[in-house]
Design a protein around this ligand. Structure first.
Ligand SMILES: Nc1ncnc2c1ncn2[C@@H]1O[C@H](COP(=O)(O)OP(=O)(O)O)[C@@H](O)[C@H]1O
Ligand SMILES: [Mg+2]
Length: 380
């Protein structure tokens, strides 16, 4: 997939901007605060329907504006055109694909394959577990409608079950309530086991490439690993679906009494985590900025590769401030990897930093104060 054209209206510091991207390497060049990252965020918004530095969508509105509009023209590897539009107004998003409205966000999800590294994404590895659960679930959901259904069923079962447990906690344990608890427990166990099983399967796939990419980006001797931490008990990575179900049943029995005391569900995928380690040490605890940066880029490249393997479509790569802390050899390695993808968009604040990229014949764009325009590379 490549993006041919991006158009922004009232997005971040852009009143109106158009960016005609090219296949291959695109570099957005400009001083600090000029709006390079905002352009990447515009592209990201088209893919994910959210910003990557914004807690609220309204933060994406140009200061003082009441609505924003982002439009992207994409071409898939097979040559098919994809035009995606998102308008955000009055707290709501209005989506269109190839001119036709898309009413449900779930039907839009995964249509624009795009993977981003930004310093903000480093929080993925050491921030709240919920971020990693969402990342994992979001990726799997891109390929699997069955998983989307399991996830939705799980959420319904979990929340409904919590209501029933709350009632029991307050002393209302009549037979109807007990029957309801059994019903939701069965549903929780079935959908929850599938969610855990698919997450483990995805983790195995991630582990195929993760450490290899990591070592292309650092001189580190530690191995980058990841582990699934399950609230239903320790699971081997090769576990079968029926084993997961059994483990879940066992765990639910163990915690049954405590759940009634506390009034909510104590075991299931909503309490799990995917933890990253360098050697034996959890990455959140001791890793340096440089290590987390390389690990995050490695994870992003791994997810992009899996997307390609599963769908046959190579995603667009977005690299925000990714080059600044890599030495020349690692920089060259990263750029060699990006050559496997049809389009990369890189931001950089310095001409010096991108000098090594000139042999790749990048397309340069000058970003200044909420404007962007193509420029010719200076070949000294
Ligand atoms: N919602 C917004 N409305 C107007 N300007 C914004 C908004 N959000 C961010 N900005 C401005 O965008 C600029 C930062 O742009 P950014 O893309 O992060 O720059 P950089 O080129 O350093 O990546 C800052 O000047 C900031 O004030
Ligand atoms: Mg920036």
């Amino acid at each position: 997939m490549i993006c041919q054209n991006l158009r922004l209206l009232n997005f971040r510091n852009y009143s109106e901007a158009e960016l005609a991207l090219r296949p291959g390497v695109n570099i957005l060049l400009g001083g600090n605060g000029s709006g390079k990252t905002n352009l990447l965020e515009g592209l990201y918004f088209l893919a994910h329907l959210s910003g990557f530095r914004a807690d609220r969508d309204s933060a994406l509105l140009k200061r003082g504006a009441k609505s924003l509009f982002v439009e992207g023209r994409f071409v898939s590897d097979t040559g098919a055109q994809l035009e995606a539009e998102v308008r955000f107004a009055g707290g709501k998003k209005y989506l269109r694909v190839n001119g036709a409205p898309v009413l449900k966000q779930a039907d839009y999800w995964g249509r624009v394959p795009l993977y981003l590294f930004s310093p903000a994404s480093m929080e993925l590895l050491w921030g709240e577990p919920a971020r990693r659960r969402d990342l994992w679930d979001g990726e799997i959901a891109k390929f699997s409608p069955a998983f989307r259904k399991d996830l939705a069923n799980y959420k319904t079962a979990w929340l409904s079950r919590n209501r029933v447990l709350k009632r029991m906690q307050q002393g209302r344990g009549d037979s109807e309530t007990r029957a309801l608890l059994k019903f939701y427990t069965d549903s929780l166990r079935l959908s929850g086991s599938s969610v855990v099983f698919e997450r483990l399967k995805f983790l195995r796939e991630v582990l195929h490439s993760l450490d290899e990419y990591y070592h292309q980006l650092t001189t580190e001797k530690f191995h980058l690993r990841a582990n699934y931490s399950a609230s239903i008990g320790k699971l081997s990575r090769e576990v079968s679906l029926s084993d997961v179900r059994e483990a879940y049943s066992r765990r639910l029995k163990e915690v049954a009494e405590r759940e009634r005391e506390r009034g909510f569900t104590l075991a299931g995928p909503h309490r799990d985590d995917v933890r990253f380690y360098l050697g034996d040490i959890a990455i959140g605890n001791f890793a340096s900025q440089g290590q987390v940066r390389a690990a995050t880029i490695a994870l992003m490249l791994t997810l992009a590769r899996i997307y390609d393997k599963r769908t046959g479509e190579k995603p667009v790569l977005l690299l925000d401030d990714a080059l600044s802390e890599l030495d020349d050899r690692r920089k060259a390695n990263l750029l060699a990897i990006t050559q496997d993808f049809p389009q990369t968009v890189i931001t950089s604040a310095s001409n010096r930093e991108i000098r090594g990229l000139l042999p790749l014949k990048p397309h340069l764009f000058a970003v200044a104060d909420g404007t962007v325009r193509p420029v010719k590379a200076k070949t000294e």
